[in-house]
Design a protein. Structure first.
Length: 340
């Protein structure tokens, strides 16, 4: 499908540069009831690793060089000091069993937050003990969920003013503010434009269905709209898959339009807006088959069916004449030559 750009309509993508982004911080601690043996932390933004910390050298390693400049030395030192301070919190978590144990245990803390156009939309913390989730909190709700009955005994600690303040400060400063600092400086990975497919079909009820599919794009934010005769509008019943993740950390979206019976579905285009495109792009809907094209298509199908039936009939006749492989072979040998 040929792409046309709207040169006369310039969208200021700079104003929308934050768009939708996700941060995940994962802490993993290994130890016994008496000591903390290992502690590591790894941070991801939009599925890209941005930082790593481990207990051995107590250094915070920034994985992308330009992030050091974007975050600033003071911010990095502050976060590194907080990670060192967290070691005592994980030592306390190793005491979660009700009795001393000489075996090793693994405690994981997962911090997950998302922003959309500079506004926090999701924020979760999960605490996992030996591979089994025992605590979870949705920051918007503000209440801990105790997923194991025995975990309830630590409710007074998790809900204490000290831990509540620490949790909120961490999520705001090192989750939300972290993303804002980065996105105000540069994109964490290259923008990828969507691969587009536009289709026209008629369903079993006779209604015309138009589909516009975008896949393989990054970042997540995208807008698909239907345009008819150069005008945007709602032309029928619209349904959407919502923006879904692909296996390669890009995204997918399909917008479907079911037209009313009186609309023949002509002169429709799908308008796509994405930061990688700079300006909106138009993808024309394939037109309905003309009578001439429909005739030749139907004729081709009929001829193919006739040829297939003829071959099948010839094979059946030959099969009936031959009761066995040897007889058929002899018949072929004794048959008159095709030429003198």
């Amino acid at each position: 499908t040929e792409i046309e750009s709207k040169e006369d309509e310039c969208f200021s993508w700079k104003d929308n540069e934050f768009l939708h982004h996700r941060y995940v911080g994962q802490f993993t601690a290994v130890g016994t009831y008496y000591s903390l043996l290992e502690l590591s932390a790894i941070s991801f933004m939009d599925e890209v690793e941005v930082g790593f910390y481990n207990k051995e050298n107590q250094q915070l390693i920034i994985k992308i060089p330009w992030l050091t400049e974007a975050l600033g030395d003071a911010y990095i030192i502050q976060k590194r000091n907080l990670l060192v301070y967290h070691e005592q919190h994980f030592r306390w978590m190793m005491n979660l069993p009700q009795y001393p144990s000489t075996g090793n245990h693994t405690v994981q803390l997962l911090a997950d937050c998302e922003i959309d156009n500079d506004i926090k939309v999701k924020s979760y913390i999960h605490i996992i003990w030996d591979g089994e989730e025992i605590y979870r909190i949705d920051e918007e709700v503000g209440q801990w969920e105790y997923l194991k009955p025995e975990a309830k005994q630590y409710q007074h600690i998790l809900e204490s003013p000290f831990w509540t303040d620490l949790r909120k400060r961490y999520m705001n400063q090192f989750c939300v503010d972290f993303m804002k600092k980065i996105m105000g400086y540069k994109s964490i990975r290259d923008n990828v434009p969507p691969e587009m497919t536009v289709s026209y079909r008629v369903n079993t009820e006779g209604s015309i269905i138009l589909s516009c599919t975008a896949t393989g794009f990054y970042p997540r934010s995208i807008q698909l709209q239907w345009e008819k005769n150069g005008e945007l509008g709602v032309w029928g019943k619209e349904t959407s898959t919502g923006i879904l993740p692909n296996m390669d950390s890009t995204f997918y979206l399909r917008l479907t339009l079911e037209l009313p019976p009186e609309d023949p579905g002509m002169n429709f285009t799908c308008v796509v807006e994405h930061v990688a495109l700079k300006t909106p792009a138009l993808y024309s809907v394939p037109g309905k088959l003309t009578k001439e094209k429909s005739f030749f298509l139907a004729l081709g199908i009929v001829l193919a069916v006739i040829l297939l039936l003829s071959c099948a009939g010839a094979f059946i006749v030959w099969k009936k004449r031959c009761t066995g492989f040897l007889k058929c072979y002899i018949n072929v040998i004794n048959s008159p030559p095709l030429w003198p």
